[in-house]
Design a protein around this ligand. Sequence first.
Ligand SMILES: NC(=O)c1ccc[n+]([C@@H]2O[C@H](COP(=O)([O-])OP(=O)(O)OC[C@H]3O[C@@H](n4cnc5c(N)ncnc54)[C@H](O)[C@@H]3O)[C@@H](O)[C@H]2O)c1
Length: 288
Amino acid sequence: MRELEGKVAVVTGAASGIGRGLAERFAAEGMRVVLADVEVDPLQEVADALAARGAPVRAVPTDVSDADAVLDLATVTFEHFGTAHVVCNNAGVGGSSGPSWEIAQNAWDWTFGVNFWGVLHGIRAFVPRLLAQQEGHIVNTASLAGLTTIPFMAPYAATKHAVVGLSEALALELAMLGSPVKVSVLCPGFIRTRIHESERNWPARLGAPPPGLGNDLLAESVRATIAAGMDPADLADRVVAAIRDERFFILSDDDHAVLAQQRADDVRSGRQPRLAPPEAFGIPGAGT
Ligand SMILES: NC(=O)c1ccc[n+]([C@@H]2O[C@H](COP(=O)([O-])OP(=O)(O)OC[C@H]3O[C@@H](n4cnc5c(N)ncnc54)[C@H](O)[C@@H]3O)[C@@H](O)[C@H]2O)c1
């Protein structure tokens, strides 16, 4: 999709981080923007900030883990703007850390609910409408964690691999059906956001959060790395370029592809997956 001006973008997880960066960039392109997030006040703040710059925006409080809420998001979008062109299924949480067999069931449910089902709900709600209008581009946020192997964060890693697999299937299905609707999967390394504070959105309906959620040693090391990460605005530049160029995989650094290559080498040799070296993620000061 070369021309974005006047078109409609929908972004989930738009109240913070990557989603906010995408929404700001789409507005700067002259797009009309629908912002969705479970955090109502920050969502309205982003909507007000974009509206103050003259962007036509609509904020729709949405819990993406709720299929009906995402169907409602699509309905409101089409009622308000009459169409949607770019749909970013981006909302996500960092999940729980620890050995995979010890992570509580409700922590797995939370992470899959937002990171995987949230993306699938977006696909189910919007793709039929994009197919009908014969135009659109879906951008699903996975992670570099979906292309490589991350121990002690198994729910996060598993959901991100699932989003990559889902996005690949979707892209092939649309291509095989001859649809002009395109798909990209966003697989960033570390980006400066509030992902390490995801526990702020723990849903009460899942009961008490696991003890130590967001407060353990792993979270502490992730926190420092995230703080030194890429600016979401720079990632948004790459997303917009990928939409224009119809690129499927979107990385935050082209060199991260070496991790997918390492994985392919392990598959070929039958080797157990190797832990990606920290410097491969661009972690500052992590050289060997
Ligand atoms: N920050 C990174 O280093 C990084 C790297 C790779 C991938 N990602 C992915 O990027 C996406 C955005 O995360 P971020 O880093 O901007 O974090 P963030 O916490 O700054 O933003 C995530 C947004 O999602 C929202 N959200 C959480 N649960 C939700 C729900 N149930 N329904 C709707 N919205 C919900 C939050 O309120 C928040 O506004 C996630 O999918 C994350 O996994 C982040």
